[in-house]
Design a protein around this ligand. Structure first.
Ligand SMILES: Nc1ncnc2c1ncn2[C@@H]1O[C@H](COP(=O)(O)OP(=O)(O)OP(=O)(O)O)[C@@H](O)[C@H]1O
Ligand SMILES: [Mg+2]
Length: 355
């Protein structure tokens, strides 16, 4: 993997501040070794991007800005949220829950908050049908509910349902560019790691299914071939899709994960861990976006003590970011005077994210 933590000639933390200033003046950002725009230009086939990081750091805002940028480049773009606690409708100030909706005034920009509950219910129904079929097939008289319960009453099931939903969107291939706003936990990585676990699991299931099937055929008096086997078909299809998902999500020509952080210790620690995990799984890390930098030029020396303290604290953490992530910092965005809402504010964020 090319991207790993540490190394390189660091642009100084004053470099990040410089990046902010120059972005404001509309000049080229010279202090970030490879900025977002250069990164994307160097990978013209990238089609799936993700934003991860600690809770509340600005993932949704950055995902929104990236989607707006792509749409304004003329690409039909989908911004999708797989986070059960949605915030896209709030960000865009329009209802995008349950189905992809075109963002007003932006012809290429579609947003979609996936209906988690509906997805999970649907998956449960499907699993129930398959388990029922299987129990009948295997002449097992146990109550199906017990099986169904144990298969669906765990958090991994919900995550897997969301993962499948995301992959369905990708496989439908109705857009030219996809931006995923992921949940604040380690989900993204778990989801991807799961594709490996899934394959192993399905392999095992398939094997025992094959054995059961041939035994049944052997014992059967009539030589009539087994009728269609929905469970087997489902498992085969599932296995295929998982393999495809893994190929796609680990292909650095197509996929990039970005990590958002504030100049604060906890969010930095979180993404440091994430990046290491992602490397282990061979998932392409696109880089780091630093959000919420207080523009010190706008603060006078007579400002309240807590503001001056915060600035000092940020300075230290900007240095740390520099030390840890170095040439993988792709962008720096200031703390705006208001929260980021609507395409107007998102447009302003784009100016920094793609300076
Ligand atoms: N640079 C910024 N300047 C001002 N406000 C910001 C900035 N970035 C984000 N915000 C605001 O901070 C809040 C959190 O941002 P956002 O929802 O993008 O974070 P998140 O990482 O997606 O959070 P969650 O983990 O809850 O999904 C929002 O109200 C957003 O408008
Ligand atoms: Mg969010």
């Amino acid at each position: 993997m090319r991207d790993c933590i540490g190394g390189r000639d660091a642009p100084s933390h004053t470099g990040l501040r410089e990046a902010l200033r120059t972005a404001e003046q509309g000049e080229t950002v010279v202090n970030i070794t490879m900025n977002m725009k250069q990164f994307m230009n160097a990978r013209p086939r990238v089609k799936y991007i993700f934003f991860g990081g600690k809770g509340g750091v600005g993932k949704t805002v950055m995902a929104g800005a990236a989607a707006l940028w792509s749409a304004r480049q003329g690409k039909k773009t989908l911004l999708a949220s797989t986070n059960p606690v949605h915030s896209l409708s709030n960000l865009l100030e329009q209802d995008v829950f349950g189905k992809p909706v075109q963002v007003s005034g932006e012809p290429n920009f579609y947003a979609f908050e996936i209906d988690t509950r509906d997805t999970i219910e649907r998956s449960k129904r499907e699993i129930r049908e398959k388990i029922n079929w299987f129990l009948k097939f295997a002449d097992i008289t146990t109550k199906a509910e017990d099986f169904i319960e144990s298969a669906t009453m765990n958090p991994a099931f919900e995550e897997s349902a969301m993962f499948e939903n995301m992959m369905d969107l990708i496989f439908k291939d109705e857009y030219e560019f996809y931006v995923f706003d992921t949940a604040p936990t380690a989900n993204a990585r778990r989801l991807l790691g799961m594709s490996k676990v899934y394959s192993l699991w399905v392999e095992k299931m398939l094997k025992s299914r094959e054995e059961a099937k041939s035994l049944r055929e052997l014992l059967s008096f009539s030589k009539k071939k087994e009728e269609k086997d929905p469970l087997m078909e489902y498992l085969l299809g599932f296995k295929d899709r998982m393999a495809q998902a893994k190929n796609l999500l680990t292909d650095e020509a197509l996929t990039a994960f970005f990590f958002v952080t504030l100049p604060e210790s906890l969010p930095i620690a979180v993404i440091t861990r994430f990046i290491n995990w992602f490397h282990e799984f061979g998932i392409p890390v696109g880089g780091v976006v630093v959000n919420g930098i207080i523009q010190k030029e706008q603060v006078g020396q007579d400002a309240a003590e807590f503001v001056l303290n915060r600035i000092r604290m940020q300075e230290e953490h900007l240095e740390e970011i520099d030390r840890i992530f170095g040439d993988r910092v792709r962008a720096a965005a200031p703390l705006f005077e208001t929260e980021v809402k609507g395409t107007g504010m998102l447009g302003r964020t784009v100016d920094y994210l793609f300076a």
